[in-house]
Every structure is written in C-alpha cells, then in structure tokens.
Design a protein. Structure first.
Lengths: 231, 313
C-alpha cells in the first residue's frame, strides 16, 4: 500500500486514537454532548495536528533532542492560538460550546504523542498524512460518541429532531457526564468485539504496528518488534 | 455397621443458609412495605413492582444466555433487586422507564462487573440514581390521586411542620416503598430475627444521621424534627435493606460501623446542604465505593497476632 494511504488507514481504523489508543480522553468525554460539538472539536484538533506534524517534521533536524518537548509545545501552542482566534471570529457559537477545551488542545496527548513518536522521526509528507489520519480518526470517534449521546439524550441528530418528543422522553443522563463514560465504554467494547471477530477470521484489524508511544521499555508489544531500541 | 459410620471431610456441620434462602427472607421482609405501598398507591404500584421484577429477571436470563453462562436467576437475587428498585420509584413513573431501570440495574451495575458478589454498587440504587438523573422530572413527580402535596422532606425544606403520625404510618406522598416507617421496621425486625442482617450498619447509620441533624439540621434539639427526618424519605428503607446488602457493604465488624457512619454523614450532608431534599440513594452508593478501602483499613487482628513494634530509637 502507498505509504501515505497506509498512514490514513492506520490513523482512522488500525490505531484509532479514541477507540484503540485511548488518547485524548479529556476532550472526548467533555465536549461530545452533541454530534456537532464532537465534529467541531475533532476538526479543530485535526487542523492543529496536521500543521504541527508538518512543522515539527520540517524542523526535526534543527530541534535539539534535549529540549524537544518544550519546542513541540511552543509550536503546538502557537497553532492552537491561531485556531482559537479563527473560531472566535467565524464560529462564535461552536467556540462558546467548546469553551476551554479549545486552548486545551495544546496539551492533547494525541498531538504530543504523534509529534514525539512519528513527526520527529519521519519526512514531511508521511507526517502530514499521519496527522490527517489521526485527526480524522479522532473526529470519527468524537462524532460517533456525540451522535449516540445526542440521539438518546435529546432525540436529535446534528441539532435536528429525529425522535419526536410526542412519544420520546429524552434520557438526559446521556448528555451529562455519566453518559459520556457509558457511551465511550460501549463503543470501545463494540470495537473490541469487531477486532476479535476479525482476528478469528485471520484478518487482524487493529494490531497496533510499530511504535505507539516511542517508549520501548513500557510497550507491551516490545517482544518481537523489529524496531525495538537497544534490543 | 458400615451404614452408621459416615466419613466425610470438614465442615461437618452445615448451615442451611444459601443465597436463595437469604434472598427469600429478604423478599419476605419486604412484603409488609410492598403491601402497604400497593394499599397506599393502588394497583398501579403492583403493576410497577411486577414489571420491574420481570425486567430484572429477564435481563439476567438474557445476559447469561448471551455470554453462555449458567443461568443464576433461581438464586432470587434479581427478584430482590427488582423489588427494591420498584419500592424506590414513584408510582407515577411511566412503565417503560421502570423497565429500563431494571435493565440498567442488572445488565450494567451487576452483570458487567461479573454478576452477584462482584458488583461494587447496589444494583437497585445504581438504577435509581440512573433514573433520577435521566428522568429527573418523572422521578420526582409524587402527585397522585390521593396525594397532591409535596413529599414530607420537601415540605420540611420549605419550613413546614409535618404530621409525624402520618409519616410513621406512611399516609404521605413518596416512592412506593419508602413512606411507611412502621412497615419497614416490621420487615427489619424479621430480618434481624432471622439473622439475615445485624444491627451494626443500620444502627451506626441512623445514630450518625441523628447526631448530624442535631448539629447541622438548623432546628437545634427539636425531637419532632428529628423523628420527622427519620420517618420520611428513603432513610429507613436504605438503612435496613440497602446499606446492609451483603455484596456492597464491608465484611469486617469495625468496617460495618465505619460504613454506617459514612452513610449517615453523607445523607445528612445531602439533606441539609444538597440541591435536593433527599440524598439517601446517593449517600449509600458513594459509601459503596469506599467499601474496599474501609475493609482494607479494618482487617481484624488474627488471634495471637501482636502489633509490630516500630523499630529504631
């Protein structure tokens, strides 16, 4: 498979940040009370992720190893600030709904994780596609959670009433905090069932290949890994 | 001669207690308050009780079918969960919400964690809190043909003085099984006489609660107010039937008292300073979460074991 396409597949399905890697749980749980919020959060993270992967990959030979994390954060923070101002200017209501979680993209595990484990070691093009893949994977995850919560919690999909209130009583717990945990748990469980079925069929779907976190010492898959450091 | 010698490994004396025997005792003890609930609120209450029990038992059966486990519905624990849940619901609740509560209690609170004995939270209370958050309006709608006023707790919150006799007998608005303190106490006496529960948890719970209300209740040493607080709302049902649940209460004797104190303080906090007039269910499930920690800290010393002395000068 083409390397760039492989990155997309990897981000959206194989190592989906929400359902497989379980990264970025804070915004995942906090802002997905409706599908549109999930989508907005996912897309703004994607923008930041693509640009940060691009810049970090471009500067990877200049950034000294000892101060790489502060350097990554400076880059990510500048990008997040741009996105935040853009949202305030053009998407007022979404910006109000997402609130503090937009500035918090700076410390999103996915962005730092991809910077550390992928962009800082790979050329620009694959890094961009890695960012798009991971970002879209995150967007898909958040939108799915948002869809389920909005459907049960308010009877709506993207703000349109699909379950008539004449017979449907909204189960409001779904748009509140406990609902986020419940829905996430069920979707992850569903994903695990699919993964198990695919394994049994002999078509492993989500065996995270290569590095997840770039840290071989704490990686469960270090045994038999061809990229293992200091083996 | 051979017939007279019976050789077996220990234990030689067996207790007759089994899960379904104990559960049957609990059901028996819940009968007075269930019957009073039906008498007080009419046949709709009976319908809700039957539906909730059916939904709990059916959920357990279906869940175990799906995961290919042996069916455990005959141990009656699902029936107890269903009955307790129904007693915690207002009679006006739409039937499908009660059924959903039963499904939540068994599937999510109990079976997901491994079935009876593994759940960290009382299933009936977990489901009650789920319904309370999910359908806040329906779960606090206590207006029936007979009762149009507020529940005694809500009335007290507004500064009214309630009739203690009504609260004791149970001629008040409220959930199906919580209104009659007397019916619940009859059940409690049955449980204690049959040896199903000990007094440790209910006594420490209620005493702590009374002390808390004396200090923070804002009514000083007003016995009328204390009795009213004890007889209304879910505290009696909670203290005797739900805080004493074997699975979700501590196993150590000291731990039970700590657990009761924990429930009492939390209930007092919720009733005095919370947003709602009632807080028994939240108090008990929050205390359920502390149970492993309480047990760890109150492991009794084995016979002959000496406390290790600290070394060093």
């Amino acid at each position: 498979m083409n390397k760039n396409l492989e990155r997309l597949y990897n981000g959206i399905i194989k190592e989906n940040p929400t359902f497989v890697l379980m990264l970025g749980m804070c915004p995942t749980l906090a802002v997905t009370s409706s599908a549109i919020n999930g989508l907005g959060m996912g897309l703004s993270t994607t923008v930041v992720l693509v640009l940060s992967n691009l810049l970090i990959s471009a500067f990877r030979k200049i950034i000294p190893d000892g101060v790489r994390v502060p350097a990554f954060i400076v880059i990510v923070a500048s990008l997040v600030t741009i996105v935040e101002f853009m949202m305030k200017a053009y998407f007022q209501s979404l910006s109000a709904a997402l609130g503090v979680y937009i500035p918090l993209i700076v410390v999103n595990c996915i962005i730092l994780g991809r910077a550390e484990s992928y962009a800082s070691k790979n050329p620009i093009m694959p890094s961009i596609f890695d960012g798009i893949g991971m970002g879209l994977g995150f967007t898909v995850g958040l939108t799915c959670i948002g869809l389920v919560r909005e459907l049960f919690g308010a009877g709506q999909l993207f703000g349109a009433q699909v379950l008539s209130l004449s017979w449907f009583t909204p189960i409001t717990i779904f748009v509140m905090a406990p609902g986020a945990f419940l829905v996430l748990a069920f979707l992850v469980a569903g994903m695990n069932i699919i993964r198990k079925k695919m394994d049994e069929k002999g078509k492993p779907l989500a065996q995270p290949a290569g590095c997840i976190n770039g840290d071989c010492a704490s990686c469960g898959k270090a045994d038999g890994c061809k990229d293992r450091k200091g083996a | 001669m051979d017939n007279m010698l019976h050789v077996s490994s220990s234990p030689h004396v067996r207790a007759k207690d089994s899960t379904n025997r104990i559960m049957a005792y609990v059901i028996l003890a819940l009968l007075p308050t269930s019957l009073f609930g039906i008498f007080n609120f009419g046949l709709k209450a009976l319908l809700l009780i039957v539906l909730t029990i059916a939904s709990c038992v059916a959920t357990e059966w279906v869940f175990e079918k799906i995961i290919h486990k042996e069916s455990t519905i005959s141990d009656l624990s699902a029936v107890v969960t269903g009955l307790l849940l129904a007693l915690n619901l207002p009679v006006t609740l739409p039937w499908w919400e009660a059924v959903l509560g039963g499904v939540f209690a068994i599937a999510i609170v109990k079976m997901m964690f491994g079935g009876l004995g593994q759940n960290f939270m009382n299933p009936a209370l977990g489901a009650r809190c789920f319904l309370l958050i999910a359908f806040a309006a329906d779960m606090t709608n206590f207006v029936t043909d007979t009762y149009t006023g507020a529940t005694p707790l809500a009335a007290m919150r507004n500064g009214e003085v309630i009739n203690n006799m009504d609260a004791l007998i149970g001629r008040t608005a409220g959930t199906i099984g919580e209104t009659s303190a007397i019916a619940i106490l009859i059940g409690a006496v049955i449980l204690i006489l049959l040896g199903v529960i000990t007094l440790a948890i209910p006594a420490s719970y209620l005493i702590t609660f009374v002390v808390f209300m004396l200090i923070f209740g804002g009514h000083g040493f007003d016995m009328n107010y204390i009795v009213a607080q004890l007889c209304s709302g879910g505290i009696m049902l909670g203290a005797f039937f739900m805080a004493t649940d074997y699975v979700t209460s501590p196993i150590t004797p000291k731990g039970r008292i700590v657990f009761g104190i924990c429930c009492g303080i939390l209930t007092g906090l919720f009733r005095c300073f919370g947003a709602n007039a009632e807080g028994v269910s939240f108090a008990i499930i929050l205390s359920n979460i502390f149970v492993p920690m309480i047990e760890k800290m109150t492991i009794p010393r084995a016979f002959g074991q000496v406390k290790e002395k600290k070394e060093g000068k």
